[in-house]
Every structure is written in structure tokens, then in C-alpha cells.
Design a protein. Structure first.
Length: 119
């Protein structure tokens, strides 16, 4: 059974940084999605099998998605955080070499981690 274990969420002031981690049982193409209160879950960033990232426009230039294949772990470095980034962030994995931006293209999901950006 595939397990995705997320960590790194928390409370941060606007302009601050957080790093999310997601450990998987083996290598997958991975993605991060987020869901704010009262909103639908949305794509944030994805990374393919070899480490090529892809970002939503809303986070481009502020977030960096990377992976350590030796540890089967991916990281989402979030800088210049804004209150609009407040959401539950979900790690997802898919059995495909390429990046996916659609929720329904992912096969496995983590439990979610809360990120709150507030002064």
C-alpha cells in the first residue's frame, strides 16, 4: 500500500517561508495541491520522474519544487508567502513519468498539512 507522509506545515507571517516535505514508498511523479476554506482544491506544483518542475501561475517565482530520489522524498520550498496561500496542502503521487495538473490524474494522496499565513 502506498503511503505519502507529509510534514512541514504551520503558521508563518506574510513574507515568510516554509518548506513542505512528502515521503513516498517509491519514486513517483508528484504534485502538490491546496484547498482553502470554501474553495475547491487547486493545483500548486508538480514534478516529473526526473525532477522537472511545473508551477501554477499563482506560485511561479515564489515556490520551488524539488526531489531527492535517494530518499523518495519531495520538497516544496515556499517563499514570500501571502495570506492567500493559506490552505491545507496535499501531496499526491501518480504512476506516470510526466507532470500532471489535474486532480483525477493522481493515484495516491497524503493526509494534508495546514499552512496558515497571517500576522
Amino acid at each position: 500500500q502506498v503511503q505519502l507522509v507529509e510534514s512541514g506545515g504551520g503558521l508563518v507571517q506574510p513574507g515568510g517561508s516554509l518548506r513542505l516535505s512528502c515521503a513516498a514508498s517509491r519514486r513517483y511523479s508528484m504534485g502538490w495541491f491546496r484547498q482553502a476554506p470554501g474553495k475547491e482544491r487547486e493545483f500548486v506544483a508538480g514534478i516529473d520522474w526526473s525532477g522537472g518542475p511545473y508551477y501554477a501561475d499563482s506560485v511561479q517565482g515564489r515556490f520551488t519544487f524539488s526531489r531527492d530520489n535517494a530518499k523518495n522524498t519531495v520538497y516544496l520550498q515556499m517563499n514570500s508567502l501571502k495570506p492567500d496561500d493559506t490552505a491545507v496542502y496535499y501531496c499526491a503521487a501518480r504512476n506516470n513519468y510526466a507532470v500532471g495538473t489535474r486532480e483525477d490524474s493522481y493515484d495516491y494522496w497524503g493526509q494534508g498539512t495546514q499552512v496558515t499565513v497571517s500576522s
